[in-house]
Write a protein that binds this ligand. Structure first.
Ligand code: GNR
Ligand code: NI
Length: 188
C-alpha cells in the first residue's frame, strides 16, 4: 500500500476520459488499495483513479468520516444507502437511474484544494458496478453517498466540479490557482 501523489487542476490529465477495466485482477486491487491509502492520507471521502494519474474506471470511497467535511445529512429514504459503512470500491460504475429531485451540496475536490462551492445534482441515484472481488453489484445511493459517487463518476469522464459552476466562478478559481502557482515559482 502506497500513498501516491494527487494531481491537481489545471493538470490536463484530469480531462482524460477513463477506460473500462477488462477484469478485476490483483493489479486492480493493488491500485484500489493505494487509492484508499492516498484518499485517507488526504482526508478525502472519495477518489477516482485519474486523480493519481491512472485512466481506469476505478473509484474508492469512504464517507463514514464525512464529519470532516459536513454536518449530518437529513431525511434518507429507508431503501437507499447513505453509505456510513467504511471503504467502498467501484469498478466500471454506471449510473442506471437518477431521481428528478436535485440537491445542492457544497463540494470540494482533492484536485482543487482549498475551494468549495455548491453543486446541484440528482438527490438519489442507482449505480451498477463491479466490487473489490469483481462481483457485479447495484447500489441505491442517497445523501452524501449519491453526491460523492456522481462527483467521482464525473472524474471518469474528465469532468471536475468546477466545470459544473458558472464560467465566471470557474475562471475566477483557475486564475487564483494560476496566480498562486506563479507566486510559488517566484519564491523558489
Ligand atoms: O473529499 C472529497 N469531499 C467531497 C465533498 C463533497 C462532495 C464531493 C467530495 S469528493 C472529495 C474527494 C475528491 O476529490 N474526489 O474526487
Ligand atoms: Ni474530486
Amino acid at each position: 500500500m502506497t500513498i501516491r501523489p494527487i494531481i491537481e487542476v489545471p493538470d490536463k490529465r484530469l480531462k482524460t476520459v477513463s477506460q473500462p477495466v477488462a477484469e478485476v485482477t490483483d493489479d486492480t486491487r493493488a491500485l484500489m488499495d493505494d487509492m484508499l491509502d492516498t484518499m485517507y492520507d488526504a482526508n478525502g471521502i472519495g477518489l477516482a483513479a485519474i486523480q493519481v494519474g491512472v485512466a481506469d474506471r476505478v473509484i474508492v470511497m469512504d464517507i463514514s468520516r464525512r464529519e470532516q467535511w459536513h454536518g449530518a445529512t437529513e431525511d434518507d429514504p429507508e431503501e437507499a444507502d447513505t453509505g456510513e459503512t467504511g471503504p467502498r470500491f467501484f469498478v466500471n460504475p454506471e449510473i442506471v437511474w437518477v431521481s428528478e429531485e436535485t440537491r445542492n451540496y457544497q463540494e470540494g475536490c482533492l484536485s482543487v484544494p482549498g475551494f468549495y462551492d455548491d453543486v446541484a445534482r440528482p438527490a438519489q441515484c442507482r449505480v451498477a458496478f463491479l466490487d473489490y472481488d469483481g462481483k457485479a453489484q447495484e447500489l441505491a445511493c442517497d445523501g452524501l453517498l449519491a453526491t460523492c459517487i456522481q462527483h467521482e463518476m464525473d472524474h471518469l469522464e474528465g469532468i471536475v466540479f468546477l466545470d459544473r459552476l458558472s464560467r465566471l466562478k470557474r475562471q475566477m478559481v483557475l486564475k487564483k490557482i494560476a496566480k498562486a502557482e506563479r507566486d510559488t515559482a517566484r519564491a523558489e
